[in-house]
Design a protein around this ligand. Structure first.
Ligand code: SF4
Length: 201
């Protein structure tokens, strides 16, 4: 895999080039352990999704793809024993997805862990700042493009009476949330930034 170096360019020129190059390198790294990038991302998602979000349609939304494409991904993961598909007990037409123990074992070898390892020379405070900046960029782009934001309860404007330590109620469903729920990503998450801005041409 070749690493490109760039002549000096403005910061606004550098951003799209670096994001695109990073995403292509990350994409290529994820053809490993017999899985492809979509299958790895589905495993990551299902390992962290909450009870409202462990469905094929939520996964399709997260991956930014169609239900048909997600169905192929799920068939492949199920055939390898990494994901289970069950009928929802409350609604037999709905499917609930669960990552299996084997799926979690495979996820422990996530090739994208190399991305964090590649920052080992960066001081911890700068790593945290970098993560905050990436979250902010993602949040902004999701709002601009009317895409589901996906996030955790602790950062969600719908969380009533809770904090990141535990407890609280979901303002969307009215369900109580425990400490475990608060760490899971949710399709109904909203940062509260509801103004839809036009996509620049
Ligand atoms: S509080 Fe927000 S993130 Fe948490 S379950 Fe409700 S909608 Fe989802």
């Amino acid at each position: 895999m070749r690493v490109l170096s760039y002549a000096p360019m403005t910061i606004s020129d550098a951003f799209p080039v670096l994001v695109n190059r990073l995403s292509r390198v990350a994409h290529a790294m994820q053809f490993s352990n017999g899985l492809n990038p979509a299958q790895w991302e589905a495993l990551r998602y299902l390992d962290r999704a909450n009870r409202y979000s462990s469905t094929p349609s939520a996964l399709a939304d997260y991956l930014g793809t169609t239900k048909g494409t997600v169905s192929q991904t799920l068939i492949a993961l199920e055939s390898k024993g990494l994901v289970r598909r069950d009928r929802c007990p409350d609604d037999r037409r709905s499917i609930i997805l669960t990552i299996t123990d084997l799926g979690r074992q495979v996820l422990a070898e996530d090739p994208l862990c190399q991305v964090y390892a590649a920052t080992e020379k960066v001081p911890e405070s700068q790593r945290e700042q970098l993560a905050d900046v990436m979250r902010s960029i993602l949040d902004d782009l999701c709002v601009r493009h009317n895409a589901s934001q996906f996030g955790v309860c602790g950062d969600c404007c719908h969380l009533d009476g809770g904090d990141c330590e535990g407890g609280g109620t979901c303002g969307v469903t009215g369900d109580p949330l425990d400490a475990n729920d608060l760490e899971r990503i949710c399709i109904d998450f909203s940062s509260g930034s509801s103004v839809t801005r036009p996509v620049p041409k």
